[in-house]
Structure formats: C-alpha cells, structure tokens
Design a protein around this ligand. Structure first.
Ligand code: UDX
Length: 445
C-alpha cells in the first residue's frame, strides 16, 4: 500500500514538498493553521510565484491524491509520515531563529498520534533542535504511540523548487534508527534509483549541512563583493576576475557574481541564526567571519545608493529614478530582504521620486513599502527618468540595449547593479554607466 504522507506548513517549502510527494504517487494531506492559505491551495491556487508548481498542485488536487486541512486530528492518525515544513524566521528580539512554529507542529502531532509514525523535520533549524524535539516527543506522546524522528533538510532554490525536490543533488537524512531510514528510502525511491547521493547521518550533522551550505554560498558572494570594493578603489574588472577564478575547478564560477548582494528568505537569516546558535554554544568567535559576510553584503546596497546620490551632487530632490527589478532574484515574486527594494527605499528617503517596475514583485513590494511609485511596465518606469537602476537581473532587463531606452529617458545614466549589461556598448551610445566593481570618479577618485 502506498505510504500516506502529511506535510505540516504549506508555505513555500511545504506546498512544494506536498505537491511533489503527490506527483511521486503518495497520498498526501497538507496542513496549515492559516485557513485562507488552505482554502486557496484546495482550489489549486498558489499564494506565491513558483514556475511549474501551480500545474502540479492542480493536477493532484484533481486526482484526489492531494488534500488540505487545518485539522491536526485529521492527519495525526491518518499519515504514516509527517513532514514538518513550517517557517523558522529570524526572532524579533535578536539574530536567532524563532522555533515556535516547529515546536508547536511537533507538539500538536505528538499529542494526537496513536500507534506507529515517523515525524521528519525539513525546516532549517539551529543545530541541537532535533535532539531537543526528540525529548519533547517522548514527553508528550501517548503511551500507545511509537513515534520516531528524522531530520531531512531541504535545499530547494526559489524558481527551481519543483526540480530541486524531484531531482535533488543530494539527500541528507539525520536519524537514530534503521526503520526511519528505511521509510525515507521508500519515499525517495525514485531519486535514489537515479543514483542521487544519499547521506545518512546523525541529527546534528543533518542540521548543520543545511546551514553550512547557505553560509558557504553567502560567503562566496561576499568574497567576490569584497574584491569589488577593491577594484572600485584601485581599478580592475570584477567579472573578469571572477571568470579567471572560476576556471579553477576547486573554486568554481557559480555564486561569484558581484552585484548588489544576496537577499531572500534564507541566506541572510540563516547566517545570522548560525552565528547566534554557535555563540550560544560558547563559541563566540568561531562564526565571527559571518558578521563580516553580512556587513560586506549590506555595504553593496549602501554603495549603490551613494553612487546614485553622487550622480546628482548629493541632491535627489525632484529627480526621477527608475528601479528595474525589486525581487531578491529573478523568476521570483519574493521581496524578503531584497537588496533592490532596500535601495529603492533609500533613494525615496533621500528625496527621489522612485518608479519601480518588476515583472512579478510589485505587489509584494507595495505591501511593504506602499509609497514608492509602482508601475506596470518598463516603458512607464523609465520615461523621463534621470537615472535607471537595474537591480534584479530579469531576462527582459538583461536584454536591454541603449536604443531601447534612449528616446524615453530624461538623461542617459544607468547603474547596472548585477553586471549584466555590455558597459562598452552603453558608453559608446553616450550613456554614463556604472557597473559593480568599477571605479566611479565622483566617489572613488
Ligand atoms: C538559497 C539556496 O541556494 C538554497 O539551496 C536554499 O535551500 C535556500 O537559500 P534562494 O534563497 O532561492 O536559495 O536563492 P539563491 O539562488 O541561492 O540566491 C540567493 C541570493 O544571492 C539572491 O539574492 C541572488 O541574487 C544572490 N546572488 C547569487 C548573488 O548576488 N551573486 C551570485 O553569484 C549568486
């Protein structure tokens, strides 16, 4: 008989996991405490943008393999395996992760399960959480329940969530018993059959793999952005430097793009939570470099704001600035910790009239900062602009040529925050173009 699976938390991670489990042939119930979210998912509607996921969701709502509920009692004894995919946001009072949703989900299940069940954490948590949760389960479970716990971190990227779940580059399972490993091998049989590497380990290692991966990626981006600060001062070409470094297979070219820095719902919060957790363990200095990684990252936003101000003699009052792209990366509608949105707000606060166009992100950005002037198209954004800022590398912005804009703008100034334009071509066409990692005379001499 096919395994019955529940997925607790139907945000970005949970909704993707639930739909993919149904696609693999399992019977699935997604649970969330947010009734509105559940109602829209049950209709096959996603509250966020993710390519390929709405189709999968509708397909399996229609086949009946995928259902949604807000009722813990309904899932507790029904499912064989309960995946936990609730959020672990940054705490309001510090850098640590807020574990209240993970704790609540595990407690709600543990108090209702009778018989055998496996709870599998997928959320990104501070090291030590799984072992603590195992204790919580033991304390709260019914005497007739036999509940195991495993940790199985998720590495999915926004924009590629379905592919990253269906064909992951590796599977990591933190477990204390062979039976849990066996069940998860059954869940992931298809990927394992395609020779996906499987790492079976203890709780702590499984928890650390996820945060270490994100810390490494964040460090790689800040590493190249630190060199961008150097080339901005002494000269040189940051993209050529990255290309040359990337030919060394030990280094690799990926995640060496200098620009406005990283954002999103994972990298910034995960490096802060890791530092906070490691400090709690008494290792105050061990992850100190991540504070620098964070600082370098935030200085990129400040730099773009300073360059824009310097373009206009430090006075932006009455200037129209067109911001192209407001999401933290292309092919997403996510504006959490978005460098682009942060820069747009800084310029607005400095007195500029900021008109923003993003193919998918306007709505979420407007919910956070309603005062910017959100427009529905690129043409409207750049018309009569005193400067154009390309801050998220959507394909349609990468394809822009000087000819596309020159009749529309008030003056030919462009900042390429992602180093995706051919700066020589723009200069030849009479534009002032400022790329990342390039000297800008009014600032850098
Ligand atoms: C990340 C991890 O990649 C994923 O494995 C994890 O599960 C969740 O966090 P995601 O947040 O979707 O995924 O974004 P990612 O594609 O990693 O990009 C993160 C940020 O880094 C973006 O703001 C992007 O613009 C920026 N970035 C990326 C750079 O500035 N330069 C680069 O070279 C690469």
């Amino acid at each position: 008989m096919a395994l019955k699976i529940s997925v607790v938390g139907t945000g970005y991670l949970g909704a993707t996991h639930a739909a993919c489990m149904a696609e693999l042939g399992f019977e699935v119930i997604g649970l969330d405490i947010d009734q509105a979210k559940i109602d829209s998912l049950a209709l096959g509607e996603l509250p966020f943008h993710e390519p390929g996921l709405p189709e999968l969701l509708r397909k399996h709502v229609a086949t009946g393999r995928l259902r949604f509920t807000t009722n813990y009692a309904e899932v507790a004894d029904w499912a064989d395996i309960h995946f936990i995919g609730v959020g672990t946001p940054q705490r309001a009072d510090g850098h640590g992760a807020d574990l209240r949703y993970v704790d609540a989900a595990v407690r709600e299940l543990a108090q209702r399960i009778h018989g055998d069940a496996l709870i599998v954490g997928k959320s990104t948590v501070p090291v030590g959480t799984a072992r603590r949760l195992a204790g919580l389960i033991a304390a709260e479970a019914h005497p007739d329940a036999n509940i195991s716990l495993a940790w199985n971190p998720e590495f999915l990227r926004e924009g590629f969530a379905v592919a990253d779940t269906m064909t992951p580059d590796r599977l990591v399972i933190g477990t204390q018993d062979k039976a849990s490993e066996g069940l998860l091998r059954e869940v992931y049989a298809k990927a394992l059959g395609a020779d996906t590497p499987l790492i079976v380990t203890d709780f702590e290692t499984a928890e650390l793999v996820k945060v270490a991966a994100n810390a490494f990626l964040a460090t790689k981006i800040s590493f190249i952005n630190a060199f961008a600060e150097v080339t901005e001062t002494i000269g040189g070409d940051i993209t050529t430097l990255a290309d040359a470094l990337g030919h060394d297979a030990r280094i690799g070219r990926k995640f060496l793009n200098a620009g406005v820095g990283f954002g999103g719902g994972c990298l910034p919060k995960d490096i802060r939570a890791l530092q906070a957790r490691v400090s709690e363990l008494g290792l105050t200095h061990t992850m100190g470099f991540l504070a620098e990684v964070d600082e370098i990252n935030l200085r990129r936003r400040e730099r773009v704001a300073r360059v824009t101000l310097a373009m206009f003699g430090d006075d932006l009052v009455g200037k129209k600035i067109a911001v192209l792209g407001v999401t933290f990366k292309p092919d997403s509608d996510d504006v959490r910790d978005s460098p682009a949105l942060d820069i747009a707000v800084r310029l607005y606060n400095a007195g500029a009239e900021v008109s923003v166009f993003d193919p998918k992100g306007n709505k979420n950005a407007a919910a956070r900062f309603p005062r910017l002037n959100y427009v529905d198209g690129l043409t409207e954004a750049v018309t009569e602009a005193d400067a154009v800022l390309l801050l998220t590398e959507w394909a349609e912005f990468k394809a822009l040529t000087p000819e596309d804009l020159e009749q529309l703008v008030a003056s030919r100034r462009i900042i390429d925050g992602r180093n995706v334009l051919d700066s020589a071509a723009w200069e030849t066409a009479g534009w002032e173009i400022v790329s990342m990692g390039r000297r800008y005379a009014p600032l850098d001499g």
